[in-house]
Design a protein around this ligand. Structure first.
Ligand code: HPA
Ligand code: ZN
Length: 324
């Protein structure tokens, strides 16, 4: 079955590019930029990756990305990911990036996006992997900073498929970003946002995301199962949920595999993705294998997960159809 999963043409829709920064590349970039890391080896760094919640993960995630400084750094980061993606037969990826995690420490927006964009172009030409960027706002920063970032992105609009919302959700509901999302929609961006699995306010946040913001899809979102009305709303709109089993297992006590199976059985367009693979030790292949180990999915069900993903991509219809 592992060979079957490895051979499936895959689609990755929930991947933070900064979360693909492997320890080896972190050391290389630190050396390139004359920075000293508080670890003496790759093994020591990996051993420090101990998280049991979103916030404990985010602390290490933001600390780790400080080695990213220049356009070639962002290029190398994205190219390394896309090479791995190609090895796992990922044919198409929608990739989150967190510009404010860089502009807030003095790295210009255009340095970030130019490096990422150049890698996407080269990967398509050299590896045959297609990819698009989704710009995420950090929800624990003020909405005004998100709006300023949105405005800063406008000259690069053709390079960005849509916007997302990530980072620490507690106390930072979708509604906080209503004006930012409204403007993003007016500018032609498609809309998604994280509704994380470990939230006390999950139901209310998902309700706001769907009814008040009008998102096109939801990242994570398994918690819709706690409220029948949310399940109906997601089904009625044909919305997709980008679920990340191994990530779920880190930030909660479970991969939420049974929830993912339930969503599949209900006909929700649920997909499987990797979130932050360098930290959670699993790219999309390992996520599918982990889910398969737990749920004993049939080949048809595994293929359906990929069809769901290609169907909810932000590609024009004719390109979607070419993958389906
Ligand atoms: N949740 C919220 N914010 C994030 C994540 C996540 O899983 N990964 C990177 N930023
Ligand atoms: Zn995520």
């Amino acid at each position: 079955m592992k060979d079957f999963i490895a051979g499936l043409p895959k689609c990755e829709l929930h991947l933070h590019i900064e979360g693909t920064l492997e320890p080896e590349l972190k050391f290389e970039l630190a050396a390139r930029n004359g920075l000293k890391l508080p670890y003496s080896s790759v093994e020591e760094m990996r051993a420090a990756y101990t998280f049991d919640s979103l916030s404990s993960f985010l602390t290490i995630y933001y600390e780790g990305m400080k080695v990213l400084r220049t356009e070639p750094d962002f290029y190398d980061l994205a190219m390394a990911y896309l090479r791995r993606a190609a090895e796992q037969n990922v044919r198409y990826a929608e990739i989150f990036f967190d510009p404010q995690a860089h502009t807030s420490r003095g790295v210009p927006f255009d340095v970030v996006i130019r490096g990422l964009r150049r890698a996407l172009m080269d990967a398509h030409a050299q590896l045959g992997v297609r990819a698009q960027l989704i710009m995420c706002f950090l929800r624990d920063f003020q909405a005004e900073y998100a709006m300023a970032t949105l405005l800063e992105s406008l000259p690069y609009k053709e390079w960005i498929a849509g916007v997302g919302l990530d980072s620490d959700e507690r106390g930072n509901p979708p509604r906080k970003f209503a004006a930012v999302y409204e403007r993003a929609r007016q500018e032609g961006y498609l809309l998604t946002m994280h509704c994380d699995v470990d939230q006390d306010d999950a139901i209310e946040h998902i309700r706001q995301a769907i009814e008040e913001i009008g998102v096109d899809r939801i990242d994570h979102g398994v918690n819709i199962l706690e409220d029948q009305r949310l399940v109906e709303a997601v089904l009625a709109r044909g919305m997709g949920l980008t679920c990340c089993p191994i990530s779920n297992g880190y930030v909660t006590e479970s991969m939420k595999a049974e929830g993912i199976r339930k969503l599949m059985d209900l006909g929700v367009r649920v997909t499987v993705s990797s979130d932050d693979p360098a930290y959670f030790d699993g790219y999309v292949l390992e996520n599918l294998v982990a889910l398969q180990d737990t749920l004993q999915l049939s080949p048809e069900e595994l293929a359906q997960l990929q069809r769901n993903a290609f169907e909810i991509t932000w590609l024009p219809r004719h390109l979607k159809d070419a993958y389906l």
